[in-house]
Ligand binder design. Structure first.
Ligand code: PMT
Length: 406
């Protein structure tokens, strides 16, 4: 059992069933617990095991329970959940829902719940346009079922027309709307960096650091959940980027600078959680340098990405992190001013339980105005939300200033 909010995802037998795996992941990234139910036909396209591995929960299958299995699961499966989402929903599933059939475990479950229902149809265009399907959709809509899509385009069968499963961000928007999830970053574009950079020395070696990417990924995840369009410029990371976020992979500080610089003009804020190498090798050998007793390796300074963006800013908010080991607050304040930032998040990287690689962080948030905010030790996801709470205020105030001036 978890204290998270739950949604029930009903997957039916369309060629688009494979997209339901990505959808389940995107729902989980909203912080939701996902319970999956599958029709018999769905199992011809994707296995229950896929969803069990993704969600960590048992899949409700269409066949009636065997002796020894929970007999009332069609009643209990939706208990405590907030929403049922049928995606992809075939013409057959829609017809069975409209007709109130309870001819297997899944349709029985759908009949035994009064939760809000969202349906994302996916089928051939002729099946979609058929009067039977259209009247089933109208009937369900009149009962309060919300429909998302389908989209028009080329279909798996080769036909053109309506019938493609709505895109995942569109389905997620409908879920957010139904569940009234916070969206204080809706319409905002955020550029976030995460992970460490690698600066090559020769064909085998590089200069790196201990960043796992967890802090930056937590920020990207939380910002997307709060409605932002996020681009994540990811250096070397130990964790996967969120599925509903555009991710650009880089290795060196120079490549990170290029990608950030290119995207910077269109964003509302840049948040640099990446640990960017301050130095790179002056010369990079194409071969592996032979081992000697001593190696003097001249290093040259990398461009400061935040510093460069501060010179180019129009109305973007700039937020940096400060990885410090002593006198952390004074050092962070000095960086805030020197790099001409709007916000700096200071963490003490001498501690093993927070900062580099850890699942938790403890930070002090400094802005140009206002008192320092101390965020006590918490999972990086919670720290990310506290950082975004401050960022939202900075973005909103900037807009109001601009509007007043304009
Ligand atoms: O990835 P995790 O394992 O979750 O760890 C998280 C973290 C400790 C890496 C993260 O919380 C953090 O502190 N990131 C910033 C690390 C760092 O490079 O700090 P700094 O004090 O050296 O740099 C200050 C700021 O300038 C940072 O926002 C950095 O991204 C930026 N910078 C640094 C060098 C450079 N050439 N260009 C930059 O923009």
């Amino acid at each position: 059992m978890t204290d998270k909010e739950s949604v029930v995802l009903v997957v039916s037998g369309s060629i688009a069933a494979y997209k339901a795996a990505e959808l389940a992941r995107a729902l989980m990234e909203l912080g939701l617990d996902v319970r999956v139910a599958m029709t018999r036909a769905a199992e011809r396209f994707i296995t229950p095991l896929t969803f069990e591995a993704l969600t960590g929960g048992r899949v409700l299958r269409a066949g009636f329970p065997e002796p020894g299995e929970p007999p009332m699961e069609h009643i209990t499966f939706t208990r405590g959940a907030r929403l049922v989402l049928a995606a992809p929903a075939t013409a057959d599933l829609i017809a069975r829902m409209a007709g109130g059939l309870a001819d297997d475990n899944v349709t029985s479950m759908l009949l035994a719940t009064d939760l809000p229902v969202i349906v994302a149809p996916a089928m051939n265009v002729m099946m979609y346009r058929h009067p039977a399907t259209q009247s089933n959709i109208a009937l369900l809509a009149s009962r309060g079922v919300m429909f998302v899509g389908p989209e028009a385009g080329e279909l798996a069968c080769g036909d053109e027309g309506e019938g493609r499963l709505a895109r995942i961000p569109q389905i997620i928007t409908a879920v957010r709307e139904k569940l009234s999830l916070g969206d204080d970053l809706a319409g905002r574009k955020l550029l976030i960096t995460a992970g460490g950079t690698r600066e090559p020395i020769d064909a085998a070696r590089y200069i790196g650091n201990r960043s796992s990417g967890k802090m930056g990924v937590a920020l990207a995840h939380a910002a997307a959940r709060r409605g932002a369009r996020v681009t994540l410029v990811a250096g070397v990371m130990d964790v996967e980027p969120p599925a509903n976020v555009e991710t650009v992979r880089v290795e060196s500080a120079a490549a990170m600078l290029d990608e950030v610089e290119r995207r910077f003009p269109g964003v509302d804020a840049l948040v640099m959680a990446a640990a960017v190498a301050d130095y790179r090798a002056e010369q990079v050998s194409g071969h592996k340098v032979k081992k000697t007793k001593r190696w003097d390796l001249p290093l040259v300074e990398n461009t400061d990405i935040l510093g460069r963006m501060a010179e180019r800013r129009q109305s973007q908010i700039l937020a940096g992190f400060a990885a410090e080991t002593h006198d952390v607050e004074a050092a962070g304040r000095e960086k805030l001013l020197r790099k001409n930032l709007d916000m700096i998040v200071i963490n003490d990287v001498s501690r093993a339980d927070i900062g580099f690689g850890a699942d938790e962080n403890e930070v002090t948030i400094l802005t140009r105005q206002g008192a320092p905010e101390r965020v006590t030790k918490a999972p990086k996801e919670r720290v990310a939300d506290a950082i975004l709470d401050r960022l939202v205020v900075l973005i909103n105030n900037r807009k109001r200033r601009g509007e007043a001036a304009g």
